[in-house]
Design a protein around this ligand. Structure first.
Ligand SMILES: [Zn+2]
Length: 345
């Protein structure tokens, strides 16, 4: 694909904060001190200080450009996945966090093995009860993995940056999963390491996947799940429309369960989840796979196609990427700082 390099988001005044503020660790994480040369960062200008007035989504734009446009496709087990990993680690450290890396080995269906890793950082809240915010940073080989899933990682990174010195009711653990596209390997491994005591502290998991391209925003999860209900009520306060679907409504037509994103291993462990995705359940086979009008992408599909690039998305949907980064970063920030379970006030 060729297209004009009109990035949606060539930015002025990207501000990154640099804080020194170590947080405590969940006991299942692994201490890791990467050796990184921050001088090698190319994604955006690193400036001292924090501008509280910088618009929501502003930093996320810079992270997105680096992940999708400069690094590009990030196939699990490749140097590109590792490059993305180093960039995410370095960005979180510059925001003032200590970062843990949780390596794991994947054996494919063809019996080949490769290494990947999850990236974990924790922001201590007023309460040890913990909300996990997760997004996978690997991609398939087609396109740049802009929608799937650099946009979500960019939102996660801005959220972490904004929340580092904020008081939050709950402890927030940010997890960037490796190797989602093979078989949810990163999230499966992460969930397997959650100890019974850590499990008791878990309020739930918010999964972010495929948030840029699709026509409509969906919130998946069951009524009564605290983090799902809290995101929904926060959205309505801010006039953001989220279509909702229950966990059951994600199942395939034959009734088999949709183990199709990183929320699934959490759900199987009985951990409440909320999952945000942009797609369009009303078109194509009405199964959520078709994301946009059939005249765009590969008959309406962007993810896992050569059309999943910032250039293409910005050309056919001008302004959509910027708007998504802005409203989703704001929505999640407001939810994570504002929502409190009855009894925890
Ligand atoms: Zn994905």
């Amino acid at each position: 694909m060729t297209s004009d390099p009109i990035l949606p988001v060539m930015l002025t005044g990207l501000l990154l904060s640099i804080f020194i503020c170590p947080w405590t660790w969940a006991d299942e994480t692994i201490d890791y001190v990467p050796v990184l040369d921050t001088g090698s960062l190319t994604g955006h200008e690193i400036l001292d200080g924090m501008d509280d007035t910088s618009p929501f989504g502003n930093s996320a734009q810079g992270y997105l450009i680096t992940l999708a446009d400069e690094i590009g496709a990030r196939v699990a087990g490749t140097d590109k996945e590792e490059e993305a990993r180093d960039y995410i680690i370095s960005t979180l450290k510059q925001s003032g966090y200590e970062v843990s890396v949780q390596p794991f080995t994947v054996t494919t269906q063809e019996d080949e093995t490769y290494e990947s890793a999850n990236i974990i950082t924790t922001k201590q809240g007023e309460n040890d009860a913990t909300i996990i915010v997760g997004a996978h940073y690997d991609s398939v080989d087609d396109g740049d993995g802009a929608d799937d899933n650099a946009g979500s990682v960019a939102i996660l990174l801005e959220l972490a940056q904004r929340l580092v010195n904020e008081e939050t009711p709950y402890t927030i653990q940010f997890v960037a999963f490796g190797s989602e596209e093979e078989d949810l390997d990163g999230s499966r491994y992460f969930v397997s390491t959650i100890t019974p005591s850590a499990r008791k502290n878990l309020v739930g998991m918010i999964n972010l996947d495929g948030l840029l391209a699709g026509d409509n925003l969906y919130l998946y999860g069951d009524t009564g799940v605290f983090i799902r209900d809290c995101i929904l009520s926060t959205a309505s306060v801010h006039d953001i429309f989220l279509e909702t679907r229950t966990a059951r409504e994600l199942d395939y037509e034959d009734g088999s369960h949709c183990d199709c994103a990183d929320y699934a291993p959490f759900e199987q462990r009985g951990i409440p989840f909320a999952y945000l995705e942009a797609t369009n359940w009303d078109i194509g086979d009405e199964d959520g796979w078709t994301q946009v009008d059939l005249m765009y992408g590969d008959e309406g599909v962007i993810r896992h196609t050569p059309y999943d690039t910032l250039q293409y998305l910005d050309r056919v949907f001008p302004g959509r990427i910027d708007e998504r980064l802005e409203i989703l970063t704001m929505l999640l920030y407001e939810s994570l700082t504002g929502c409190i379970m009855p009894g925890d006030e």
